[in-house]
Design a binder for this molecule. Structure first.
Ligand code: C2E
Ligand code: MG
Ligand code: MG
Ligand code: MG
Length: 280
């Protein structure tokens, strides 16, 4: 009896696994054609200056418009794209769409583009960026590139030159999801970045957790003493906003200001949640 049950369970597991492999393969095939058919879209979410009450940049976020399934989020396809070698193509598409969209933004506003470690370590990544800039006409200092700590980690090896090359042409470099990777401090020492983005997981509970509040405040101070800009990700409530402002966090991003949208320059109604700034 026990044996029968064990076997039944095994078969259930087996079916489940097979189902997952099939779905994964479906996704891979569909993703390949989506890239060819131009079904990868770029959406945008503003990054705001909490002190000056203005939008300073907009982050490009990939979306897959899948005809049979609707809009697919990056968590469902970026890892697959990385695994099967499609990220280079998707990444270049997003980069050129974002640079082009940024040329019609209000003067001085930047566009911030996520870069996968797989893109960054390629020898031609510097050339890809230069091409996106020259074909759009966007000024290099209006382009920010967001690298996760694992990408920066890779840069310690072969891609260090790419890093210097990009800085050399005036592109601004950010560490995304700061604090979630390994040896964050090593990265700060080895690489000359311009900006830190504090991961949403640290910001989420600052209203209830003194511990998380201390961590965020620590990162804000660290950024300040290193003369780096700092962006708090995932701001959803006015309570979080007020705490971040009190800590001296200059920039922020989150649903409170705007959800990601297809338009590169969404309207943010600062008067809804930010008291008039002292600077007027
Ligand atoms: P990320 O770069 O850290 O982007 C921030 C994520 O937080 C976005 O999710 C954004 O929609 C979400 N977010 C924004 N405001 C809030 C908020 O107030 N609360 C919460 N809970 N979340 C908020 P999204 O668009 O699903 O992207 C997820 C991740 O996928 C990104 O994290 C990034 O790592 C990756 N990704 C997105 N687009 C690209 C891309 O073009 N290339 C690469 N390589 N990765 C991308
Ligand atoms: Mg990002
Ligand atoms: Mg992030
Ligand atoms: Mg993230």
């Amino acid at each position: 009896l026990a044996k029968d049950r064990g076997r039944a369970r095994f078969e259930v597991f087996d079916d489940d696994l097979r189902g997952r492999i099939d779905r994964r393969l479906d996704t891979e095939i569909a993703l390949r054609s989506a890239v060819e058919l131009g079904q990868i879209e770029t959406w945008y979410q503003p990054i705001v200056d909490l002190r000056e009450r203005k939008v300073v940049a907009t982050e490009a976020l990939a979306r897959w418009r899948r005809p049979d399934r609707g809009l697919v989020m990056p968590v469902e396809f970026i890892p697959i794209a990385e695994e099967v070698g499609l990220i280079k193509q998707i990444g270049s598409t997003i980069l050129s769409q974002a640079c082009l969209a940024a040329t019609v933004l209000e003067r001085g506003m930047a566009v911030s583009v996520n870069v996968s470690p797989h893109q960054f370590v390629r020898d031609d990544f510097g050339a890809v960026v230069k091409r996106a800039l020259s074909s759009s006409g966007l000024a290099p200092n209006q382009l920010w590139l967001e690298l996760t700590e694992s990408a920066v980690m890779e840069a310690i090896g072969s891609a260090a030159r790419t890093f210097q090359e990009l800085r050399g042409i005036g592109v601004r470099l950010a560490i995304d999801d700061f604090g979630t990777g390994y040896s964050s401090f090593t990265h700060l020492r080895e690489f000359d970045v311009d900006l830190l983005k504090i991961d949403v997981t640290f910001v989420r509970d600052i209203e209830t957790s003194a511990h998380d509040r201390a961590i965020v405040e620590g990162v804000v101070r660290l950024a300040d003493s290193l003369k780096l800009d700092v962006v708090a990700e995932g701001i959803e409530t006015t309570g979080q906003l007020e705490l971040l402002q009190a800590m001296g966090c200059r920039f922020g991003q989150g649903y409170l200001f705007s959800r990601p949208a297809p338009d590169a320059s969404p309207v943010v109604h600062f008067e809804d949640f930010l008291a008039p700034s002292a600077t007027g």
